[in-house]
Ligand binder design. Structure first.
Ligand code: NDP
Length: 596
């Protein structure tokens, strides 16, 4: 690798720094507008077929699970496997599916291989139809899990928790909802999702737009025609603008391009778009899979994308390829006794080479030289979510599609009928916000409700100085409550993998609690402090890398040094985190938990 460099690393470092600096904004996350009040309609559910009408519930159940995405489903399935009958799921949407309920924009699909992404494939016997599942297949798989584990029984859909209080005397959680419920639960599991609350850009004039506007996670098919597979047949006479060029836009732009009379893509930072290479499942290959294959495949993928070594790369796609070279270098050079600094330098060179290939692909596909140049990403590969798509770049060869590159500045202004960028006015009929989801805002703001634990302590206050937890799962002062998700937990590109591990861990704790006839379980402050220290310590590992990155939600919008280290995921990687959970379970006696 070092012998074969055909680029100037210093020139690339300078270019990356320049592109980063022109995007840094002092206001960081405050540049975005919360979807609330006058913007509340942007988060209304356009997919509900039959609005529910039911009497408020004031009964008691043993287990309430809040959130019907993969986290909640995994927790529900594991509890059922453990013999639990009394489970109530609460979900704001009208069905299970979580992110795959909401994200039905045209082209929505998952770019993590279906055979590792879709949970419980062996248990359900389901065989994904392609290497990368499209959104409807994943949504349906969520429903399949819910059916197989009887999670539709007693589920409360179209129900949003508004508030929750720990009743100390009764040792029950009282859960209030927008349906007037005041139900009681012995144990509550919350899986509210990491990217669940859409956000809007704080562009001046955004409130004045009189054309049609919606966020990608609430797609208005009444207006555009077509469905999640495309065919937007009502846009033939429409001028459409889309703001944002992240992973979502990369998937829906080709469909907007095919349907709209004119499409304006407003770009602040280009995504790095690598080859997708989707293909139908080879059923002969499926026949060769041996029991336990999914766990092995998930582990194999996760180890590779965490920078670990495996003899074989089972998934062998753009994700694992991205790490393969880095791991190869690390192994080879470590054998030669090189120190971490030299290794980091070599990893950077490999990264430059990969990004050069990604930029080269743009030159090959996009005909207009100026457009091709504007579409090139100038940052290291994991500064932003890597994208994999084969139709995004060609969309810019259509005469009806115009890339409006704002050179890192973003859209200037929105008027009644137009978008202003680079001093030019672009009149449009429809505006699509592909501007992503809240990251880094308060936990309870994203969940949509606050809750009160022992001694009247509000959760928002408990976490006001940053996340504190044992393993990202339990919080002192909040007995019988379990959180699922990434803060202080394990981050992996294959997000459900972390949820599966956490669901198993929670089920173990609940099983132990039942076996001991415990009324309450709660971490000790000491155990929690020790975990917080571990998180803070490990968080330093990634900071230099992130500080050199162009802004985005991966690096606290360009200000990683201002981010609270306590709010990060476990910096040692998800595989190490899973090992920690496993060792904790194997230690028995649930160290650090107070069991009453
Ligand atoms: P992102 O947050 O990734 O992208 C938001 C986009 O909006 C960025 O391009 C951002 O630009 C742009 N933007 C924000 N403000 C402005 C402005 N004022 N003017 C112009 N542009 C602006 O959201 P996505 O919905 O695309 O993706 C969110 C996440 O969802 C992904 O990172 C991924 O984790 C997940 N996802 C996963 C998929 C999968 O296949 N598994 C598919 C789709 C999404 P800038 O970059 O400059 O901030």
């Amino acid at each position: 690798m070092t012998d074969a460099i055909d680029f100037d690393p210093n020139a690339l470092r300078d270019k990356y720094r320049l592109e980063r600096d022109r995007r840094i904004r002092d206001e960081g996350n405050a540049q975005y507008v919360e979807i609330a009040d006058r913007y509340a309609h942007f988060s209304e559910d356009p997919y509900v077929e039959v609005p529910i009408d039911r009497a408020p519930l004031t009964d008691e159940v043993d287990y309430v699970i809040i959130g019907g995405g993969f986290g909640g489903l995994m927790a529900g399935a594991r509890l059922r496997d453990a013999g639990v009958k009394n489970i109530r799921m609460i979900e704001a949407a009208a069905d299970f599916g979580g992110t795959w309920y909401w994200n039905r924009y045209p082209g929505a699909a998952c770019d993590i291989e279906s055979f590792v992404y879709l949970p419980l494939l062996e248990e359900t016997g389901y065989v994904p139809v392609e290497k990368y599942s499209r959104a409807p297949e994943i949504f349906e798989h969520s429903r399949r899990i819910a059916r197989q584990w009887n999670l539709y029984d007693d589920a409360c859909f179209q129900t949003s928790v508004t508030d929750m209080v720990w009743d100390e005397a009764a040792e029950r959680w009282i859960i209030h909802t927008n349906r007037g419920d005041a139900m009681k639960a012995r144990f509550v599991i919350m899986s509210n999702g990491p990217l669940n609350k859409p956000k809007l850009p704080g562009i001046p004039g955004i409130e004045t737009f009189k054309g049609h506007a919606f966020h990608t996670s609430r797609w208005d098919y009444e207006y555009t025609g077509g469905d999640v597979l495309g065919n937007l047949d009502r846009l033939g006479d429409k001028r459409v603008g889309i703001i944002g060029t992240g992973a979502t836009a990369v998937q829906c732009v080709p469909h907007l391009a095919a349907g709209a009379k004119e499409l304006y893509v407003f770009q602040r930072t280009p995504s790095a778009v690598n080859v997708r290479g989707d293909r139908p499942t080879d059923l002969e290959w499926v026949k060769t899979l041996q029991p336990g294959w999914q766990r092995r495949r998930m582990d194999n993928f996760n180890i590779l994308v965490s920078g670990g070594y495996q003899d074989e790369d089972l998934v062998a796609d753009g994700w694992t390829e991205a790490f393969r070279e880095l791991v190869h270098i690390a192994r080879k050079e470590s054998a030669q006794g090189l120190g971490p600094e030299k290794l980091a330098e070599l990893a950077e060179l490999a990264d430059f080479a990969t990004m050069n290939r990604i930029r080269g692909r743009i030159d090959e596909v996009v005909r207009d030289r100026e457009v091709a140049e504007a579409l090139k990403p100038w940052y290291r590969q994991f500064c932003k979510r890597p994208c994999f798509h084969d139709d995004y770049l060609p969309a810019f060869n259509r005469p009806s599609v115009k890339l409006v590159d704002t050179h890192g500045k973003g859209v200037e202004r929105i008027t009644e009928n137009a978008i202003i960028a680079n001093g030019e006015t672009y009149e449009i009929d429809c505006l699509v916000f592909a501007t992503g989801f809240e990251v880094g805002t308060g936990y309870t703001r994203r969940a949509g409700y606050d809750f009160t634990g022992k001694n009247g302590l509000a959760f928002s206050d408990a976490w006001s100085g940053g996340v504190r937890s044992l393993h990202g799962i339990m919080v002192s002062g909040f007995p019988n409550l379990f959180l699922m998700g990434a803060p202080q937990g394990g981050f992996t590109a294959n997000y459900p993998h972390n949820l599966i591990e956490q669901a198993g861990h929670i089920t173990y704790i609940l099983g132990e609690a039942a076996a001991r006839q415990a009324h309450t379980v709660e971490p000790t402050v000491e155990a929690e402090n020790a975990w917080v220290d571990t998180i803070v310590d490990k968080a330093r590992l990634n900071e230099d890398y992130l500080a050199a990155c162009t802004p985005g939600y991966y690096n606290n919008e360009g200000h990683p040094q201002l981010a609270n280290r306590r709010n990060t995921t476990y910096g040692g990687g998800s595989m190490e985190y899973f090992e920690i959970l496993k060792a904790w379970r194997e230690a028995g006696e649930m160290p650090g938990l107070s069991v009453a």
